[in-house]
Design a protein around this ligand. Structure first.
Ligand code: FEO
Length: 397
């Protein structure tokens, strides 16, 4: 695949990872793969912005070579230390010994602790600029979006924002731009990325977007380090980030459960029937069978979470426990919840679920619904009404 010229003399020289299916360990399932985006700016000073994951280093260098000899690179901007963007640095630094690296002080510390190389590194902070010739690069620190070292780079002459991970998607495609792919698929991946990685950082993200808006930067293109480039409608992703960061929700419920012998599943289906009959949008997931990354994406804009589990060892089943632990780390806000499940004798799952939902910041709005062993017709009706009552408290937009 050839480099892609995204603006005059600015090239995508990254790599498409079609086959990766797990990211950040197994915390994120990348069912559509991903890309590692690196950008080469050809000006009086030749500048590489970010690199790629180490195993794709040769691919990136070959792409650069189609434009200029890598030895000619003057500057390398390191917006982020994480290895999916810095893994190719040792190779590219070897190929262009004169290149000077630019990044935050935390970036320098982080790079050293990854690669132990003594590189020519210039720390930069918000407001610092670097003249390339016709173009200038301006730096904006973005700590904890999503690592302490994270930084955005902006080119005013091109009205181009290079924000690294922010506004990205784990989405492998032969296309490079937002107007070349299906919008539903694109926004699905952008929401999945926000929900599973950035959600807990929402207050920082909101402040950073306000900072960018207050500084009146004109942005015509956003070129993140994963997925497609926003050139047709960068406002679309900016507005979506504002909405997600504000924890805005829809009248929608996610019902997620795990079952031992089917009784909790039967309850879940009746609860969903009740919610559905009120006209409220609902999604149902068996957590033992579902892709957690997808469930979290559905929760990102859902007002209500109803979580169910059979009781096991006086607590909840392990898939539910693992899921809620992950959800707790995402720190959702402005959500309501409830718990249900079948039990044999002592019970305990509902109390455990409610406790963890509260720790996650979810408001429990109705008493848990526990049913002994297998629900009879009267109890099934209770499940249905449980769903109806919950949905009534969601309200309508
Ligand atoms: Fe924070 Fe794509 O790495």
């Amino acid at each position: 695949m050839k480099p892609c010229e995204i603006k005059k003399d600015i090239y995508w020289v990254g790599a498409v990872d079609w086959n990766v299916r797990n990211f950040h360990g197994h915390t994120y399932s990348t069912q559509r793969g991903t890309t590692y985006n690196a950008y080469l700016i050809v000006d009086e000073k030749i500048t590489l912005v970010d690199t790629v994951y180490g195993p794709f280093s040769n691919e990136m260098i070959a792409r650069i070579r189609e434009i200029v000899s890598p030895e000619k690179i003057d500057y390398i901007i390191v917006n982020h230390v994480e290895t999916d963007h810095s893994g190719a640095l040792p190779d590219i630094v070897k190929a262009c010994k004169k290149a000077k690296l630019y990044g935050t002080t935390k970036c320098r510390e982080g790079l050293y602790k990854h690669y132990y190389g003594e590189w020519h590194f210039q720390p930069v902070k918000t407001g610092d600029t670097l003249k390339l010739g016709k173009r200038t690069l301006s730096f904006l620190e973005a700590p904890m979006i999503h690592w302490p070292d994270s930084m955005f780079t902006y080119c005013p002459e091109e009205e181009l924002l290079l924000p690294n991970d922010a506004f990205g998607q784990h989405y492998a495609t032969s296309e490079r731009f937002d107007d070349e792919v299906g919008q539903a698929e694109l926004m699905d991946e952008a929401a999945k990325y926000y929900g599973n990685i950035l959600w807990p950082l929402s207050s920082l993200i909101l402040k950073k977007i306000e900072e960018v808006q207050n500084s009146k930067l004109s942005i015509r293109m956003i070129a993140p380090s994963h997925g497609i480039i926003w050139r047709k409608d960068p406002a679309k992703i900016l507005n979506s980030y504002v909405s997600w960061a504000k924890n805005e929700t829809k009248p929608k419920v996610v019902v997620a459960y795990e079952t031992m012998w089917g009784a909790t599943q039967t309850m879940a289906r009746m609860i969903v029937d009740g919610i559905t009959d009120t006209g409220t949008s609902v999604k149902l997931f068996d957590l033992a069978q579902s892709d957690r990354t997808e469930v979290i994406k559905e929760m990102l804009d859902a007002k209500g979470f109803i979580i169910g589990s059979s009781t096991h060892n006086n607590g909840m089943l392990v898939a539910v426990a693992g899921f809620l632990d992950f959800l707790k780390g995402l720190k959702p806000k402005n959500r309501i919840g409830a718990a249900f499940g079948s039990y044999g004798w002592a019970g305990g799952a509902i109390k455990s679920i409610e406790g963890t939902l509260k720790e996650a910041g979810v408001e429990i709005i109705q008493p848990g619904l526990g049913i002994q062993y297998v629900p009879d017709d009267v109890e099934l009706k209770k499940c249905y009404e449980y769903g109806v009552n919950f949905a009534k408290q969601i309200g309508k937009e």
